[in-house]
Design a protein around this ligand. Sequence first.
Ligand code: UD1
Length: 422
Amino acid sequence: MDKLVVHGGSVIKGSINISGSKNASLPILAAAILTGEDCIIRRVPDVSDTNYMIQILSALGAEVERSSGTVRISCADISDEAPYELVRRMRASICVMGPLLARKGRAVVSLPGGCVIGDRPVDLHLKGMEALGAKIEFEGGNIILTAPDGLRGAEINLRGESGPTVLGTDNVMMAATLAEGITVIESAAAEPEVLDLANFLNGMGAKITGAGTRRIVIEGVKELKGVEHTVIPDRIEAGTFMAAAALAGEGVRLNRVNREHLRAITEAIIKSGHKVEFNEEGTSCFVERGEVLQGVDLNTSPYPGYPTDMQAQMTALLVTTPGISVVKDSIFPQRFMHCAELKRMGADIKLDQGTAIVRGVEKLSAAPVMASDLRASAALVLAALRAKGTTEISRLYHIDRGYEHIDEKLLMLGADVERVRV
Ligand code: UD1
């Protein structure tokens, strides 16, 4: 089990490239199940979540080759049962359900277990599959979906108590590509990753309009073909490095970003007093630590709102920002595990039912801390860059789930970090 040792206090500067999006890659890899032809997917980040997805596809019988960010998948002959041992390791495995059901008329997928960032049900995914005509049964911890006569288009409202569902929208959209007739998804998730998946599916011959808005219309087709696709930049990795640059930077350039996808994050960083400038095309940004800083109030909400996946990292930035900041997570109100660890480093945070009240302190001090989930670990790395002394972050496997070579990228920017095998 690796840990990251961060010697705090060094200044970061220079430029790095942002990787392809993990959250776009996962459903896109799963969507290759929808055809027997070869799919070539570029800029798939080398992180453990994409590795799990590739292992699941291989276990289903797909032929997969991966070399420097490009993945070639052939699902000529696949089984309809996703193995529990692999599925249980990653909640996003649920997105093989829609494509398996559409392609095979049957899908067996384990029910995802609990998750440290809160109870994460799949009721909306199942509501969507049922509306498309699937029969759903539960047995031995598995969800068994069957549609021996194929799926039928339907009107489906995917709004849950906390708003739309990203992977639920992906699952229903993928299943509906091969359904008979027209499917309309109301209250769909409008995240850029959903749009990227729709672009991938349309490249395969699907007929999807409205992706990236709250209403997606899918006209079913008889079959889909192979496609080549380049995954969009990872807006959460970009946001994390923007926060790092604001915390400990002397001018950091991030290349291969998408300005449009970063609007809410950019706004929050500028509001707290830092400088962010994009090039004309919006594909590269320069972030500089500001001189007059102030606390900000944040509330996570579905895209184009402020992303829950950037809540922990922004909290880490606000911990040493003068003034009071109020950070609310409306999507995952229990997602504040990082706060206890940040407090061990000297942060002044009070938690109150899905809200963190942060009073900016002048200094943080290093402490041994433990990563609890992917984005919480990123927050600890950010705080450690600013802290006095050496911070050891254990359970690094959490961060390796979603950040491609984070230690190497930080080293390139001049941070003093080392990965240690324990
Ligand atoms: C995706 C992202 C994750 C991000 C989240 C919210 C991927 C691989 N993961 O997860 O990083 O934090 O979107 O932006 O893209 N819900 C239900 N019933 C359901 C499904 C969801 O009530 O059937 C609730 C959830 O508990 C949560 C909210 O809806 O409160 C949003 O979750 P959802 O968008 O589904 O998250 P994921 O798609 O799993």
